[in-house]
Each structure stands twice: as structure tokens, then as C-alpha cells.
Design a protein around this ligand. Sequence first.
Ligand code: C2E
Ligand code: MG
Ligand code: MG
Ligand code: MG
Length: 278
Amino acid sequence: AKNAGRHQVARLDGRGETAPIARNASIRRRLQHAVASQAFTLNFQPQLDIRSGQYSAVEALLRWTDEELGSVPPNEFIPIMELSGDIHRVGRWVIDRVCEQARLWVDAGVPRRIALNVSPLQLAALTLVPDLTAALARHGIPARLIQVEITESSAIADMPRAIDQLNQLRAAGIGIALDDYGTGHSSLAMLRALPLNVLKIDKSFVDDIDTSTSDALLVGGLISTAHALGLTVTAEGIERMAQLTILRDLGCDTVQGFLIARPTTPGELVAPDVVEVA
Ligand code: C2E
Ligand code: MG
Ligand code: MG
Ligand code: MG
């Protein structure tokens, strides 16, 4: 489904390949419709607590299906929205939608913690704290049901300001995860300075963990470091049981990946029978 958009563009162009600049321009053009008509949806992907075998949270992931382009992945359209400034409007929509969904699950008797991704620009614009607290109040949601995922780039731009924003979120009771850890300007000083609850180890570090001893040792070291800082560790992009077994043995707390579940619509999300780690 992820590649459907690319194929459709290729067909529209009548060529086998789509020029990246033309593709970028069509996305920009179509995004104006999408933002105006709110043609976005959220999918949710569970994070599994390895010890209990139950979901500890679900991550909200933005989806956009356009009439012309088909389904466009967020890694392609989010940078474009960041350049245009649309990220602020869409980011607020994500926050509201997440709180609305949290409310629906509370009312259905299946309260779930939801993790949501925020752009560095939302943090920098100082709108995140008021937007989140307003949405929590509007939907009557306890803050502990919400966790914000930030990336290293959001923090490094202006550290004192980022720390201040994150402290305000924490004071409000909202959890904070550092996403894609290891892919940016990962420094130990930053890890220690930021008020975090969760460290998410990027998929690229766990991809070969079941065949590469050195990768397993490296991830083991990251887990120990995170634990020493009082953080919970989530490993991203787990696709094989062999990876999960090793992560459990290395003391990893939670995992997320296609092995457990793919991102799905809220209706399709089912609580797991307790997942047994081999
Ligand atoms: P992320 O926050 O690191 O999200 C995890 C990405 O990995 C998701 O891609 C998810 O579908 C994918 N994934 C999960 N498990 C597996 C696996 O086992 N194998 C593989 N190959 N992939 C897996 P997705 O949904 O395409 O999102 C990509 C990125 O776009 C996200 O990375 C996040 O940085 C950004 N994003 C998504 N939704 C939002 C949003 O609402 N706001 C902002 N600012 N960024 C978002
Ligand atoms: Mg994330
Ligand atoms: Mg990630
Ligand atoms: Mg990512």
C-alpha cells in the first residue's frame, strides 16, 4: 500500500519513473486540498510490554490517501508540510484526533495510552504545551494516557527552550519519548539533560540483532545506559521472533514492529492474547 502512490504517479506521467521534483510539486499541490479538507486519518500500532505480554501503548501514525497520488507515506509529506508551515495546523489536528480517540477508548472501557509524534517545529513554536493541555481538557482525558514522541533534532536546535517545554509537559503529567534514538546527533549529555521517560531505539540498530553479535552488544549497551538514566526502553521495527527473544534477554522493556502488529485503524486494533516470547 505504501508504494501505491508512486505507481499511480508513474502512470499519470506515462513514464516508468517519476522525477523527484515533479513528485514533490504534486505533493505540495495536493496537500493544499488535504489540509483544507482534512483528508488525513490516523493508524495505530501497539507497543508490547515484553514482561507482561500486554500492550503498554499504541502509537498514532498519520496517514494520507490522495485521489490522484494514492497513499503517500509520512516520511514524504511531513517534511513538505514542515517547509510550508502546514505542520502546525495538521499537528493540532493530530493532537485533537488522538485525544478524541483516547476518549472513545475510555468510554468503551478499554483505556489505552496513545503515543503521538510531534514535529520539532511544534516544540520550537511553543504551541505544543497549550495545544495539548487544551485538547486534554476538551476531551476530558487524563494526561497519563498521552505520550509525546520527539526526535533528537527537536531538542538540539535550542536546548534550554526544549527542556523548558518538555518540563511543562512532564509537569502536566504527559510522558515523553525520544524517538529514532541513534540516528541523529545522539549525545550522552543530551540524553541526560532532557526530561525523558522513554528511549526508543531506532529500527536500524535492531535489524540485524539476531545475526550480528556486535549489534546485539551495542543494543545491550544502549539499554543499560538508558536504564541507568531511569528510562524505559522501546525497540522499534521488530519483525522476527529471534529479535524479540534477544531483546528480552538484553532487558529491553517494550517492542514495536510488524511481528507484533502493523499499524491499523482504531476499529481493527484488538487487545492481544498475552504474547509468549519463545
Ligand atoms: P516513527 O515515529 O519512528 O514511526 C515508526 C515507523 O516505522 C512507522 O512508519 C511505522 O509504520 C514503521 N514501522 C513500525 N514497525 C515496523 C516494522 O516492523 N518494519 C518496518 N519496516 N517498519 C515499521 P510510518 O507510519 O510510515 O511513519 C514514518 C515516520 O513519519 C514516523 O516515524 C514519524 O517520524 C513520522 N510521523 C508519522 N506520523 C506523524 C505525525 O502525526 N506527526 C509527525 N510530526 N510525524 C509523524
Ligand atoms: Mg514515533
Ligand atoms: Mg521511530
Ligand atoms: Mg522515524
